[in-house]
Ligand binder design. Sequence first.
Ligand SMILES: [Mn+2]
Length: 320
Amino acid sequence: MYSRTVGYDLIGDIHGCSRTLKALLGRLGYSCVDGVYRHPSRRVIFLGDFIDRGSGQCEVVAIAKSMVDAGTALSVMGNHEFNAIAYHTRDPVTGGYLREHSTRNARQHRAFLDAYGNRPVDYRAVIDWFRTLPLWLDLGALRVIHACWDRTWIERIQGYQAGGRLLGEKLLLESCRESTWQFEAIETLLKGKEITLQDGAGFRDKDGTLRHNIRVRWWDRTASTYRQAFLGPEGGRTHIPDDEITGDHLVEYAHDEPPVFLGHYWLEGTPTVLADNIACLDYSAEKPGGKLVAYRWSGEKQLESKNLVWVDRAETGANG
Ligand SMILES: [Mn+2]
């Protein structure tokens, strides 16, 4: 059925914005037939982070899951799906939840918990579905991961799980214990490479939380200061010290490696590719001024900004 597939449309972090998602699928030429969005010759790859924040939690999950089930889409896991699994799952040893039910964690997860509050069966089914999402996809000519393609961690997980790229039971448990290598691996792959600012320097993030770590342009050999290496909303950059970076912030990703697609980084402004073979498609779909962004990939080795397609949040209404 999909032998005629000529390309993939990669879609960034949706965060419960169902109207924006439907508008973007329409713009890309997908139509809903028998309850499943499909395209005559293309498939979607979702970059994860379907949930939290927006008002269309259940509908976003339903659209994505129906597409994956029908083979009209693939998807990787985002850090919000990982957190949802850990929030739901108990540690078999301590009996406590793998992700603490603290006020802060509950607040971050509120829209999702509320959406499924009266639907415990659906809630469990969604968590089960999240557990089927791979941590990365390597299709040969393109790669997909939520935040950072770090081959060292990818290979270590493959060794640990006999090649598996799913979140196995052991990996889930170990990655929720902060002193383990599995914790470090999942942090890097799903939440990005972070470095600590010098001398206790800090900045306030979008939620007003004081942070001492920044997410970095992990592939970028030209970035030599903390401010240059910062990867995130432009508004945050001016708060980052322009001091030389001490220590290592790089993950090797050569210019001749296959294109890799990322979500995660809350970018702002006009979407552009980050490098010839790296594109981030997270443009803060749920924030005022945000966009839901796709890249129409048709086999090219060198990514081009002209292949980016998006829907402004404002077109579909607040929180849409
Ligand atoms: Mn996200």
